[in-house]
Design a protein around this ligand. Structure first.
Ligand code: AVJ
Length: 322
């Protein structure tokens, strides 16, 4: 059975306008990474996941394909899988299959911002897993976490892909605390995190030789051109990806190649960029196990499982309410 609820409050455009306005008027300038993902941006991200330099997607797939039964055993054989940012649920199938073969698969709850993808994914999955209940939620999960259904029996809430790394420490702690308050006894969080490693590999993963990540980064300017009537010249900016060893995070920016003025009609705003000025478009935090344990602790969670790929590049961890 398929049931999909949509909770999109119509003012997404307004929220974006406010957000971009604030980001362009602050010093240094900054844009939120969620604006990368229009249709083109999502395609470019798909391409990134196949680049030789970009290991996280392959590493996560390796863990899920080899260790899902083990993960589910530590999580107490949940019958419900909730997935935040489910998309096409490509990697999720390893978990669903292990749930089915382990004897319990009742409900899949995909939570995603795209209604179209959620419908498609739901239809595919009920075919592939006969008897599966799909109770989808179309919403911005950072805003509407509390709408996730209870379900009967233990739930596993999966947040894969390493997207938690995009959040600054404050919002990250808030987000994890909110997940913590959703977890009843027997429920678990499964979180994907990229791990600290040498700078050369990290910087290559975010500045690939084919230039796909550079195009992905600049595409956000195209999004603003379309959505906010802006006139960014994409050739007047270059992609910058640096590892901040103190903060243990990738710092991804667009650097203005000239003194220039950009107009955003929808905001009735002109912004000046100096030659060499950098605008942050994303952080991508890298984790170590002890640090992540502290982060869980600070959010009322307790780590109870740690699974890495063979190379130790990436981790899936399990946590429960402390
Ligand atoms: C989808 C947020 C996990 O941080 O590695 C990839 C996004 N940005 N290359 C990441 C991204 C540039 C990616 N996440």
């Amino acid at each position: 059975m398929i049931a999909i609820e949509v909770h999109l409050d119509g003012d997404a455009a307004e929220a974006m306008a406010r957000d971009v306005h604030d980001g362009l008027r602050s010093t240094p300038k900054e844009l939120a990474p969620k604006y990368f993902y229009d249709e083109r941006g999502s395609q470019l991200f798909e391409q990134i996941t196949e680049l030789p330099e970009y290991y996280p997607t392959r590493a996560e797939r390796e863990i899920l394909s080899q260790r899902s039964p083990e993960i589910l055993a530590v999580a107490g054989q949940p019958g419900t899988l909730v997935e935040l940012g489910s998309g096409s649920a490509a990697k999720t199938r390893h978990l669903l299959t292990a749930m089915r073969d382990g004897g319990r698969l009742d409900t899949y709850v995909p939570v995603d911002i795209s209604e179209e993808i959620t419908h498609e994914t739901a239809a595919c999955l009920v075919d592939e897993y006969p008897g599966l209940d799909v109770r989808g939620l179309v919403c911005d999960f950072e805003q509407h976490l509390e709408r996730i259904p209870d379900g009967d029996g233990a739930r596993l809430i999966a947040f894969l892909g390493g997207t938690i790394g995009n959040l600054y420490p404050g919002p990250r702690a808030d987000f994890l605390s909110r997940i913590g308050s959703l977890l009843g006894p027997g429920d678990h969080l499964l979180l994907g995190t990229d791990l600290v490693k040498d700078t050369v590999r990290l910087e290559a993963a975010y500045d690939d030789s084919a230039g796909v990540t550079a195009e992905f980064n600049k595409n956000v300017l195209q999004v603003l051109n379309r959505e906010l009537g802006a006139d960014f010249d994409l050739d007047a900016f270059e992609h910058v990806a640096r590892y901040d060893t103190a903060k243990e995070r990738m710092d991804i920016r667009l650097r203005s190649l000239a003194d220039q003025e950009v107009r955003l009609d929808a905001l009735d705003l002109e912004v000046a960029f100096l030659a060499g000025e950098e605008m942050r478009t994303e952080i991508s935090t890298k984790f170590r196990r002890p640090r992540l344990e502290e982060i869980y602790d600070g959010a009322g969670l307790e780590m109870c499982g740690w699974f890495t790929d063979a190379a130790g590049d990436y981790a899936l961890s399990l946590a429960r309410a402390a």
